[in-house]
Write a protein that binds this ligand. Structure first.
Ligand SMILES: Cc1cc2nc3c(=O)[nH]c(=O)nc-3n(C[C@H](O)[C@H](O)[C@H](O)COP(=O)(O)OP(=O)(O)OC[C@H]3O[C@@H](n4cnc5c(N)ncnc54)[C@H](O)[C@@H]3O)c2cc1C
Length: 298
C-alpha cells in the first residue's frame, strides 16, 4: 500500500482549507470501507487522506423546519437506530440494515456510499425515492444537487476536487407516507445487488389513492435510476394491484441492465418488475398503518 499523509480536522473550515491546499491530491475518508480498499489496490493513490469523521456538521442527524439533516459522515449504525429515520424515512433504515454486516455498518456512512457512486450502492435508491438533496460545500461556496443528479457514471459524480458532500437533506415527513427498499443478490457471489428498488408513496387520508410516488432502482444502469414515468402514472390513481402492476411494467421498461455474473439482462429486467411490485406494496402498507416491520434484524 502506498504511503500517504493523514489529517483529522475538527472544524469544517479546517477541512475545506485542507481540501483546497491539497486540491486534487487528497481523498476524504469517512468510514474508509471503500477508500482503504481502493488505496490498497492502488485504484486511488492520494498523497493526503483527510479524515472527516470529527467535523460536527458532517455528524448531524436531526430535524428542523427545513427538513431532516443527515450529515455525510454519519455511520449506518446511527441511522438504522434513529427513531425518526425508522418511522418516517424507513427505506433508508432498510438500506442501512443490509449494507455489508454489523462491522461494516459500524463504520460505513451513507455519504461515503453515495460519493463512491457505485451503480449498486444500497442507500442511493432510497435517497432518491425519499427526494433527498445533496448539500455540497467547497472553496467556491455552497450548492445543492438532487440525489438523482449526483452520480454521473460508475464511480463518478458531480463533485469537483475541491468540494465535500456536507449533508443529505430530506423534505419534512408527511402523514400518510411510507417507503421501503429491497435488493436481490446472487447467493453464490458477494452481497452486491443484481437489482434493487427503493420506493416512497404519499396516500390520501383514506389510504385509497396515490397522491405522489417516487421509485428508484439500483444496478440496472450506469448510475442509480430514478423512474419519473412511475410518478406520472400513479399520481391520483387508486391504490390497487392493477395500478401497482402498471408501475412494475414501467420499471421493467426503464431498466437498462448489462449481462454479468450477477444476472442476464432478461433476468434483471424481470426482477426489476417483481421488486417494484413488492416494494410499492410494502410502502403502501407502511403509509396506511404507520407501522414499520423490518425484514432484516437491525
Ligand atoms: C465487506 C464489505 C461489504 C460491503 N457491503 C456493501 C453492501 O452490502 N452495500 C453497499 O452499498 N456497499 C457495501 N460495501 C461498500 C461500502 O461499505 C459502502 O459503500 C459504504 O457506505 C462507504 O462508506 P464509507 O463511509 O466507508 O466511505 P469511504 O470509504 O470513507 O469513502 C468512499 C468514497 O467517498 C469519498 N467520500 C466519503 N465521504 C465524502 C464526503 N463527505 N464528501 C466527498 N467525498 C466523500 C471518499 O473519498 C471515497 O472516495 C461493502 C464494503 C465492504 C468492505
Amino acid at each position: 500500500m502506498r504511503d500517504f499523509e493523514y489529517a483529522r480536522p475538527t472544524t469544517l473550515a479546517d477541512a475545506l482549507n485542507l481540501i483546497a491546499t491539497h486540491n486534487g491530491q487528497s481523498r476524504l475518508l469517512a468510514g474508509g470501507t471503500d477508500l482503504i480498499d481502493h488505496i490498497r489496490m492502488e485504484r486511488l493513490t492520494p498523497d493526503w487522506v483527510i479524515d472527516i469523521k470529527s467535523v460536527p456538521e458532517l455528524n448531524r442527524l436531526e430535524a428542523d423546519d427545513t427538513g431532516f439533516h443527515l450529515g455525510a459522515a454519519v455511520p449506518c449504525w446511527r441511522i438504522k437506530q434513529d427513531e425518526t429515520i425508522c418511522n418516517s424515512y424507513s427505506a433508508l433504515a432498510d438500506s442501512c440494515r443490509i449494507i455489508g454486516g454489523i462491522q461494516i455498518q459500524n463504520r460505513a456512512s451513507v455519504g461515503g456510499n453515495l460519493c463512491n457512486s457505485g451503480p449498486a450502492a444500497d442507500s442511493t435508491p432510497s435517497l432518491i425515492a425519499l427526494n433527498a438533496t445533496c448539500v455540497i460545500d467547497g472553496v467556491h461556496g455552497r450548492r445543492e444537487v438532487a440525489v438523482e443528479e449526483f452520480c454521473t457514471g460508475p464511480g463518478k459524480n458531480v463533485l469537483d476536487p475541491g468540494e465535500i458532500l456536507l449533508e443529505l437533506r430530506f423534505p419534512t415527513a408527511l402523514p400518510w407516507s411510507g417507503s421501503h427498499y429491497r435488493r436481490f443478490i446472487p447467493r453464490n457471489e458477494m452481497d452486491i445487488a443484481s437489482v434493487s428498488v427503493g420506493a416512497w408513496v404519499q396516500l390520501n387520508e383514506s389510504g385509497e389513492r396515490f397522491e405522489a410516488v417516487r421509485v428508484a432502482m439500483g444496478a440496472v444502469a450506469p448510475t442509480p435510476l430514478y423512474v419519473p414515468e412511475i410518478s406520472d402514472e400513479l399520481a391520483g390513481q387508486s391504490v390497487s394491484e392493477e395500478t401497482i402492476q402498471r408501475a412494475a411494467v414501467l420499471a421493467t421498461a426503464a431498466a437498462q441492465p448489462i449481462d454479468d455474473m450477477r444476472g442476464t439482462v432478461e433476468f434483471r429486467k424481470h426482477v426489476s418488475g417483481v421488486l417494484t411490485r413488492r416494494v410499492l406494496t410494502e410502502a403502501v402498507e407502511r403509509a396506511r398503518t404507520g407501522q414499520v416491520q423490518f425484514h432484516v434484524p437491525g
